[in-house]
Design a protein. Structure first.
Length: 420
């Protein structure tokens, strides 16, 4: 059977498994099994065991459950309440007013949780009802929240950057440092758009409630973020060690606010374990597929074909961007990265593209997919918090979609944003 026909069969099997509700991780494992069977491989059990051991035991993966647990602790301790109360009096006077809280609140919580969906859910539960009470347009509320929540993928510590670092076998610390400036630029672009829109179409001041809160409530949170990132940036700790320090800091912060309970710790551990298990299952499935595709020589064939096209770096990036956005319509970001890493990274290296830069570029593309219908994850998170339809939410996110495309252009034109 030729490579094209075999690839088509495997793609159809994968689509059918997903459409019938099979979990992504198990769908990937199923595709890999079929691929190995069609290849008449008699050592499937040994290949699966070897893949699981090789890809689920790297020391660098320790940072993953630790950062997830840190995010769960702070989420269950209602840190978002402190964010709103601390940011409200600072940002209310800007054009666009309290809508900036979605941006800056998401940026801060993204640095605590490392997850886009967790950021959207946590900040949304707090800001949506408050902003509605203050008379803000629902489309503006939903768009600013969904777009800004994607910062959870970029601003360190980012779960998806950890997964990319493991898949690409590059320094997670370097990736974290590289993501800081692009994340801040994207945050500034979002906020600038809100300010311009607020200036052109101001909210009726008679509908606004008085701003209350104390900016000092931000101090413990900002201190924790700075401590965790600085430990990595200045080389005092590895990402895994920094994550452990972050958990200690989270316990101190929660205890100081008198929110520490045994139930909070227990539930945060359970939820962190469930999230970690889900991510590791996807990682295992995608790694197993990658190994199976290697036996079929699909990556080598695809790489040879792409090389024969003699694309410039700009053309290659355009095609990859379109392909990743298309994949993002059907898969989550972690699945996309792990599934495509073995095929694309050699091509990217051959083109002379820096893997750290490409990782940040790729994460911004995945951010775009988070607000792209039909299955942009942030759209579904928002739908669970509101009565809005997916069409309404997608329309609200359009300006932020375009801003992230602008960010991709800035990364291409000014790579030193990442590689400085």
């Amino acid at each position: 059977m030729d490579i094209v026909s075999l690839s088509a069969i495997l793609a159809v099997i994968f689509a059918v498994l997903l459409l019938t509700g099979v979990w992504i991780g198990f769908s990937l494992i199923g595709v890999a099994l079929v691929a190995l069977i069609l290849n008449n491989n008699s050592a499937i059990d040994l290949i699966f065991a070897g893949t699981a051991f090789a890809h689920l035991t790297p020391w660098s993966l320790i940072a993953l459950p630790l950062f997830i647990w840190m995010g769960e602790l702070l989420y269950k301790a209602k840190v978002a309440d402190d964010l709103f109360n601390g940011l409200s009096p600072i940002l209310a006077k800007l054009p666009g007013g309290h809508l900036h809280i979605n941006v800056f609140g998401s940026g801060i919580f993204a640095a605590l949780s490392g997850s886009s969906a967790a950021t959207a859910a946590t900040i949304g539960r707090m800001t949506i009802p408050e902003l509605k009470k203050r008379g803000y347009n629902e489309q503006d509320i939903y768009g600013s929240l969904a777009g800004s929540a994607t910062l959870g993928l970029l601003i360190p510590p980012s779960i998806i950057l950890i997964v990319y670092g493991v898949a690409a076998d590059i320094s997670i610390a370097d990736l974290f440092i590289a993501g800081i400036l692009p994340g801040l630029i994207l945050l500034a672009l979002f906020s600038t758009y809100i300010a311009i829109r607020g200036y052109l179409k101001p909210v009726d001041k008679s509908q606004l409630l008085a701003s209350s809160g104390n900016p000092l409530t931000l101090l413990p949170i900002i201190s924790l973020i700075t401590f965790v990132i600085a430990a990595i940036y200045f080389g005092f700790a590895t990402p895994s060690e920094s994550a452990a320090l972050g958990i200690v800091g989270s316990f101190i912060l929660i205890k100081a606010k008198k929110r520490m309970t045994l139930e909070l710790v227990k539930q945060s551990l359970i939820d962190a374990a469930m999230t970690t298990a889900m991510i590791l299952l996807i990682l295992l499935g995608a790694s197993f597929v990658t190994i199976a595709m290697g036996f079929l020589q699909l990556p080598a064939t695809l790489a040879t074909w792409i090389a024969s096209l003699e694309l410039s770096n700009y053309q290659l990036l355009i095609y990859l961007t379109l392909a990743f956005i298309l994949l993002g319509l059907f898969l989550d970001g972690i699945s996309i990265i792990v599934l495509t890493a073995a095929i694309l990274l050699p091509i990217v290296e051959l083109a002379g593209i820096d893997l750290i830069w490409f990782g940040i570029y790729l994460v911004v593309v995945v951010e775009i997919s988070q607000i792209t219908p039909p299955i942009g994850f942030n759209l579904f998170v928002l739908k669970s918090l509101t009565n809005a339809s997916l069409a309404q939410l997608a329309k609200a996110c359009l300006p932020y979609f375009l801003i992230m495309l602008l960010m991709l252009g800035l990364l291409v034109m000014f790579p030193e944003i990442v590689t400085r």
